[in-house]
Ligand binder design. Structure first.
Ligand code: ADP
Ligand code: ADP
Length: 235
């Protein structure tokens, strides 16, 4: 589905946060990138949609080919749902308009006097329904709880009709109960739609509970790749 070949990232200043890595992510698989803060999880995750451009190697996406031409990159980004730690929502806009930014871009939703395209609106409402927030569609996002805001972030990713979901520490600012709820939601959506999810976490217990596959990262290298059960061998 998506494959990294010898991908490495050296930041300006000379620090190599990801050493040359070969790794593949497959359909329907819920993969957790597990590692301590600073291990290189974000760096690897952001290579999967070129928010980080690899310093070496290449990224190959099924149905698109190698990500190097701008057109391939834009097509890939449109098909990739990204969920962030701080959800990156616009607080003063409604949940519905935030979800629509995933389809229309920010400019498409900011001008509140312009009527929203009905088809996009229907898809956005459907996405909010899937995360259980239909009733909050017209409420300002800054009036919602942290867990609800993250669910709006998930709905925004779903509304893109993604071929892949990437989530960078999506539960880092949530309490344990809400974390379980949010991870369960991401996992359920990706299983139903048969798309891969790659989710970075630093909590071993949550990784064990949700992952089909755990990729352990330490100091910019993959140090484990396999079933959650096998991970106990390392400790
Ligand atoms: P994380 O939550 O993944 O640990 P950080 O809080 O370390 O993220 O980093 C937040 C932002 O700062 C990211 O965009 C990251 O790329 C950038 N950043 C992190 N470390 C450095 C650094 N040493 N020099 C410059 N930018 C950095
Ligand atoms: P994680 O997501 O596992 O917390 P990151 O991928 O954010 O780790 O960061 C890995 C390492 O790269 C850290 O040491 C961080 O400080 C460094 N780093 C991240 N972003 C930058 C950046 N933009 N410039 C320089 N160093 C960075």
């Amino acid at each position: 589905m998506i494959r990294l070949n010898q991908v490495s990232v050296t930041y300006p200043g000379g620090f190599t946060a990801l050493h040359p890595t070969d790794i593949e992510f497959r359909r329907g698989e819920f993969t957790v990138l597990l590692g301590a803060s600073g291990a290189g999880k974000s760096t690897l995750l952001r290579c999967l949609n070129y928010l980080n451009v690899p310093s070496s190697g290449h990224v190959h996406v099924e149905g698109i080919g190698e990500l190097k031409r701008r057109s391939a990159l834009l097509a890939h980004r449109r098909r990739t749902g990204m969920i962030f730690q701080q959800h990156q929502l616009i607080g003063r806009l409604s949940a519905l308009r935030n979800v629509l930014t995933g389809r229309l871009g920010y400019h498409g939703t900011w001008r509140s006097l312009v009527p929203l395209p009905p088809e996009d609106q229907r898809i956005a409402l459907q996405a909010l329904d899937r995360v259980g927030l239909m009733a909050k569609a017209l409420e300002r996002v800054d009036s919602l709880s942290g867990g609800q805001q993250q669910r709006v972030g998930i709905a925004r990713a779903i509304a893109q009709r993604p071929q892949m979901v990437l989530a960078d520490e999506p539960v880092a600012s949530l309490d344990p109960h809400t974390s379980v709820q949010v991870l369960g939601l991401i996992r359920g959506v990706c299983a139903e739609d048969h798309i891969p999810a790659v989710v970075s976490l630093h909590q071993l217990d949550l990784a064990r509970q949700f992952a089909d596959r755990i990729v352990g990262i330490a100091a910019g290298r993959v140090v484990y790749d396999g079933a959650p059960a096998g991970l106990s061998d390392l400790h």
